[in-house]
Design a protein around this ligand. Structure first.
Ligand SMILES: Cc1cc2nc3c(=O)[nH]c(=O)nc-3n(C[C@H](O)[C@H](O)[C@H](O)COP(=O)(O)OP(=O)(O)OC[C@H]3O[C@@H](n4cnc5c(N)ncnc54)[C@H](O)[C@@H]3O)c2cc1C
Length: 421
């Protein structure tokens, strides 16, 4: 059985790009439905907003570097939307987080200067906009760092992290706190829930305080709460009497889930709908217009009719684009043309894992308004776009935010123009 529903706009994908686009559309007055087969990279990635970290040398000031960067990369998403479109999207994101369900939790920074923060293994990584709970980890500070591990969290290696921070020239050492979380092993999500509890934090501080030396700042895995991270972080700083900062962990990512929770709350507050577990299989068309998408949920197909579609399905990582056994890449829902494919005979991948990978820049071919070239009303945002290599550039969430915002704006402008015509 197939049923049908009607919206002004359907967004496919619930990563940062899809959520950003959907919120902007809903706030602009559109009736919006977001369809996603599952959550996106939010639950895996560190939760920082990296806009431009490398070009390929490390970028200190993204605002100053972006004009030259887009000049050198005319097919890059930032070149299509123009660097001036990035700052408003970042401001909007920061405002949404502050307004979100996690009281007092906020992001800090912007395009003027990248923060330099340790990764889970202590390598130093540039990022433009970061959770306030991570900011005190900036590697420009020479204040000694004590990296705190917990035996129950096996995915976080405090001594490895501290060793690499030391290599970056900052005095650092590791300690381990034995704490009872009610089970032998926990992941970041389980621990984040425990840190929401004040009595757990008090017990944790009771053990940690004995291990700290005067003048040290404290690095903890990013597990300081899910419901009230600002409260948990402030409480730890107050109890320990020193700066505390979170270091991203291996997935799952508590800071990424905080982003997801805040953006979904903003979508719902603006009147938007989210259907999770809805895999979009194909579309209905009239000429070059897509009039609806067919999604499969719980053994049931539904046609979601809409005037506008925003495709935010991620790239290869989330299945928005696939590489077949015949080495042919394809966009999985509409079969849209791709751009950036290596030519026949050219290498698709190289042996150096972290080196230049030609396939990484493949994405859906769009015009300068992010409209998919063969369609009248499908816009593309985020990692499904061509021309970027987020892993090497340190640009993933920046692209998702800025293009999500831009694609929604393009739809609203055309909708407004149609209404006044
Ligand atoms: C582990 C990890 C770490 C990362 N670390 C960094 C980092 O440090 N710095 C950085 O700059 N970038 C990083 N990135 C990259 C960055 O997170 C992504 O580039 C960015 O989040 C992409 O967002 P998106 O919204 O475009 O896509 P995604 O977040 O991938 O979301 C895609 C969405 O589309 C949905 N979808 C796909 N196909 C369908 C379909 N047929 N029907 C319905 N739904 C569908 C998926 O379920 C998902 O909801 C990391 C990514 C990962 C996975």
């Amino acid at each position: 059985m197939t049923s049908s529903l009607h919206y002004d706009a359907v967004v496919v994908g619930v990563g940062v790009a899809g959520l950003t686009a959907a919120i902007r559309l809903a706030e602009g007055g559109a009736r919006v439905c977001v369809l996603a087969k599952g959550v996106g990279s939010t639950h895996l990635a560190p939760g920082t907003v990296d806009v431009l970290g490398y070009r390929p040398e490390r970028v200190e000031h993204p605002a100053a570097a972006l004009p030259e960067f887009v000049g050198a990369h005319p097919d890059h998403p930032y070149a299509l939307i123009g660097p001036d479109a990035i700052a408003p999207a970042l401001d909007r994101f920061a405002a949404l987080i502050e307004r979100g369900p996690q009281p007092g939790y906020r992001y800090t920074g912007g395009l003027d200067r990248n923060h330099l923060l340790p990764t889970a293994v202590g390598a130093i990584r540039p990022s433009a906009l970061v959770p306030e709970t991570m900011a005190a980890g900036d590697a420009r500070s020479s204040v000694p760092v004590c990296v705190v591990g917990m035996r129950v969290l096996r995915d976080f290696h405090a001594s490895l992290c501290a060793g690499n921070i030391r290599r970056a020239g900052i005095p650092a050492r590791a300690v381990e706190v034995e704490i009872d979380v009610g089970r032998v092993e926990a992941n970041s999500l389980g621990l984040a829930r425990r840190f929401d509890d004040e009595s757990f934090r008090a017990a944790f501080v009771g053990r940690l305080a004995l291990l700290l030396r005067p003048g040290e700042r404290v690095a903890l895995p990013a597990v300081l709460g899910l419901r009230d991270p600002h409260g948990a972080w402030s409480d730890l700083q107050r109890r320990l009497g020193r700066a505390v900062f979170e270091v991203p962990t291996l997935p799952p990512s508590a800071p990424g889930m905080r982003v997801y929770n805040a953006l979904v709350a903003a979508l719902r507050a603006a009147g938007g709908r989210l259907v999770l577990g809805a895999e979009v299989l194909d579309v209905e068309r009239e000429g070059d217009r897509v009039t609806g998408v067919r999604a499969h949920t719980s053994g049931h197909d539904t046609i979601y009719h809409a005037g506008w579609i925003v495709l935010a399905t991620g790239g290869f990582a989330s299945g928005g684009i696939e590489l077949g056994s015949d080495w042919a890449a394809s966009e999985t829902i509409l079969g849209l043309s791709l751009q950036g494919m290596p030519r026949p005979g050219e290498a698709r991948f190289t042996a150096d894992y972290f080196g230049h990978q030609p396939m990484a820049g493949v994405g859906v071919a769009v015009d300068s308004s992010l409209r998919a070239r063969e369609t009248e009303n499908v816009y593309v945002a985020g990692a499904a776009l061509p021309g970027a290599v987020p892993w090497r550039e340190g640009s993933g969430q920046g692209i998702a935010l800025a293009t999500g915002h831009f694609a929604a704006q393009a739809v609203l402008e055309r909708e407004g123009a149609a209404a006044t015509a």
